[in-house]
Design a protein around this ligand. Structure first.
Ligand code: PSU
Ligand code: MN
Length: 304
């Protein structure tokens, strides 16, 4: 594998060389998902949390012509000081490198980067999926495609509440992506612990989850696995409560003609305004909760 276009933070470089556990994390949540300064605090807390499990944090981002796997100080400040940050999905990755741009990688681009450098686990907030009205817009996130194409385990709080969850789950099934609940038999909907319907598979412990993963990857269907981890009780919101804000934000996006890659960031920031910051608090809490589970899995994982 040619890794010319990758940059590794010193700790990630060392961990990969010594086959020590590394957890991949995405950066669109930092560049487009959370407002400042919550995003900067989040990155700090995420790194500390991962390290507390003796796992090396590897936030993936594009900084001036390289795909960073792990951010050194220089890369981190470049990300926060650079005015124009772009949202980089799998399709954008090569082109963004050619233009030496700066930006956050989405779930799809981060899964690809993790796979390319041999990192088996990746934690995020919530994945993208089929947007409401997908039957007209055809707006289905590349996240679903990346989950089906690369054998990386993604830990999430389900799919973002702004989406059509039923259709998102149908597409995951069509793409042969297994979904496993961690200590739940219901599909969580980002801010809410349930609401996305019953799951076929659930694990009660890290050991059971690792056994699922072990057997899935041994049989080599080629896909990744989506682990769904409900947000912490204390921060979770009722489905009806969230729904009122989502419906309003979706209607506003429609009215303003917002579509494509700008849609998800717009909806999240509208919900932030409408909930008076409560959604951002929940977003941070659920993402950290996923990162914690990702770190536990990475620490306990024995490669095939
Ligand atoms: N999870 C969060 N906040 C986010 C995202 C995930 O808690 O902002 C990002 C992810 O990077 C995901 C992207 O890949 O939103 C989905 O965008 P789209 O719907 O345009 O594919
Ligand atoms: Mn989209």
């Amino acid at each position: 594998m040619n890794l010319d276009q990758f940059y590794f933070s010193p700790e990630v470089e060392e961990a990969l060389r010594l086959s020590r556990p590394v957890l991949a994390m995405e950066s669109t949540i930092i560049t487009h998902g959370l407002p400042y300064p919550e995003n900067r605090n989040f990155l700090q807390r995420a790194n500390d949390l991962v390290r507390s499990f003796d796992v090396v944090p590897a936030t993936v981002a594009v900084v001036g012509g390289s795909v960073c796997v792990g951010l050194g100080e220089e890369q981190e400040s470049a990300l926060f000081q650079n005015g124009e940050l772009i949202k980089i999905s799998l399709r954008d990755l090569g082109l963004a490198l050619s233009q030496k741009t700066f930006g956050g990688t989405t779930v799809s681009a981060t899964i690809y980067a993790a796979h390319s450098v041999g990192v088996p686990f990746f934690a995020t907030g919530g994945i993208g999926g089929a947007h409401r009205g997908v039957e007209y817009s055809f707006d289905v996130s590349q996240d679903l495609f990346a989950l089906s194409r690369y054998p990386v385990t993604t830990i999430s709080a389900g799919a973002k509440a702004v989406l059509d969850i039923g259709k998102t789950r149908e597409i995951l099934e069509t793409l042969s992506v297994p979904v496993v609940g961690f200590k739940t038999d219901e599909f969580p909907v980002f801010y809410s612990r349930s609401g996305g319907g019953k799951l076929s598979w659930s694990a009660d412990s890290v050991e059971q989850l690792l056994s699922f993963l072990d057997h899935h990857y041994k049989i080599k269907t080629g896909s990744g696995v989506l682990v769904v981890n409900p947000p912490p009780e204390k921060f979770s919101m009722a489905v009806d409560f969230v729904e009122s804000f989502v419906a309003k934000a979706v209607a506003l996006a429609d009215e303003r003609g917002i579509s494509g890659k700008g849609l998800t960031p717009f909806l999240l920031s509208e919900i932030d305004k409408e909930t008076g910051g409560k959604s951002v608090e929940t977003n941070v809490a659920l993402a950290l909760n996923n990162i914690q589970l990702g770190a536990r899995l990475s620490a306990a994982f024995k490669p095939l």
